[in-house]
Ligand binder design. Structure first.
Ligand SMILES: NC(=O)c1ccc[n+]([C@@H]2O[C@H](COP(=O)([O-])OP(=O)(O)OC[C@H]3O[C@@H](n4cnc5c(N)ncnc54)[C@H](O)[C@@H]3O)[C@@H](O)[C@H]2O)c1
Length: 241
C-alpha cells in the first residue's frame, strides 16, 4: 500500500518545506502540517528543532532541498513564510534596510521556488505568505509593503509558469496575527484592533496555518495564482461614516 494511504490527515504523506518555522506562523504551520500527516522539513535562521535555512542563500536552499529529498524523496509543498520588517519613513530608511527586507521577503521565495521545482512532482503546491501590506500600505512600511506587493506579483507570474508542470502557486495575505513580529503593537492596541474587525478578534497563528493546510492539500487542486486574505474580515470594510 502506498505511504499516502497508511497515514490519516489532509496532508497525509506529503513532504513540506516550511521557512521561518522556529516561531510565529511558521511554527504553527509546521505543527499543524505534521498533525495532518505531512513530513515537515522546518527551516529557520534561528536555532530550533528543524534545519538551518537562510532563505537569502541559494546554497542554503540547495542543502534544505537535499535534506527533504534524502529523507523523503521529493518536495510536494513549499511554504515561503519567512519574513522580516523594518520600520522607517521612506526618505529616512537606510538603503541596506530596504535591500534586506526585499532580500528576505521577495528574493527568499524566488530562490525557494527555483530550488524546489526540480524536486516537485505534479500536484505540488507553493504558498507565499504575503500580507494585507500586499494590498495597501501604512506609514513607515515602504520596504515591507514593496516586498509584499512584489510577492503577490511573483505568485501570479510563477502560477502561470508552473501551471503546465502541475504545480500551483498561491498567496496568503494575513491580517494582524499574534506573533513575535507584531507583539509590541498587539500588546498596546489589541482591543482597538479587534474592535475594528468584523469578526471581533485579531488572528492567531493557527488561523493562518489552517488556510495553509487548505492551499497545500488536494482540496484546493483547481486554485492557482490567488490571494487568500486571512484577516477577520478587515478587507471587507471601509471606514465608518
Ligand atoms: N504577524 C502578522 O501580523 C503578519 C501579518 C501579515 C503577514 N505576516 C507575514 O507572515 C510571515 C510570518 O511572520 P510571523 O508573524 O510569524 O513573524 P515572526 O517574526 O514571528 O517569524 C518570522 C520567522 O522568519 C524567520 N526568518 C527571518 N529571516 C529569515 C531568513 N533569512 N531565513 C529563514 N528564516 C528567516 C525568523 O527567524 C522568524 O522565525 C512573514 O512573512 C510576515 O511578513 C505577518
Amino acid at each position: 500500500m502506498a505511504e499516502q494511504d497508511t497515514v490519516a490527515g489532509r496532508l497525509a504523506g506529503k513532504v513540506a518545506i516550511i521557512t521561518g518555522a522556529a516561531r510565529g506562523q511558521g511554527l504553527a504551520e509546521a505543527q499543524r502540517f505534521a498533525a495532518e500527516g505531512a513530513h515537515v522539513v522546518a527551516g529557520d535562521v534561528l536555532d530550533h528543532e528543524g534545519i538551518h535555512l537562510d532563505v537569502t542563500s541559494p546554497a542554503s536552499w540547495a542543502a534544505a532541498v537535499q535534506v527533504a529529498v534524502e529523507r523523503h524523496g521529493r518536495v510536494d509543498v513549499l511554504v515561503n513564510n519567512a519574513g522580516v520588517h523594518a520600520a522607517a519613513l521612506v526618505h529616512e530608511m537606510p538603503e541596506e534596510d530596504f535591500r534586506r527586507v526585499l532580500d528576505v521577503n521577495l528574493m527568499g521565495p524566488f530562490l525557494g521556488i527555483q530550488a524546489v521545482v526540480p524536486a516537485m512532482p505534479r500536484g505540488g503546491s507553493i504558498i507565499n505568505v504575503s500580507s494585507l501590506n500586499g494590498l495597501a500600505a501604512q506609514a513607515r512600511t515602504a520596504a515591507y509593503t514593496s516586498s509584499k506587493f512584489a510577492l503577490r506579483g511573483l505568485t501570479k507570474a510563477a502560477a502561470l509558469d508552473l501551471g503546465p508542470l502541475g504545480i500551483r502557486v498561491n498567496a496568503i495575505l494575513p491580517g494582524v496575527i499574534r506573533t513575535p513580529m507584531v507583539a509590541p503593537v498587539v500588546e498596546q492596541r489589541e482591543a482597538e484592533l479587534a474592535a475594528g474587525l468584523p469578526l471581533g478578534r485579531i488572528g492567531e497563528p493557527t488561523d493562518v496555518a489552517s488556510a495553509a493546510v487548505f492551499l497545500a492539500s488536494d482540496d484546493s487542486s483547481w486554485l492557482t495564482g490567488i490571494d487568500l486574505t486571512v484577516d477577520g474580515g478587515h478587507t471587507a470594510s471601509t471606514p465608518r461614516l
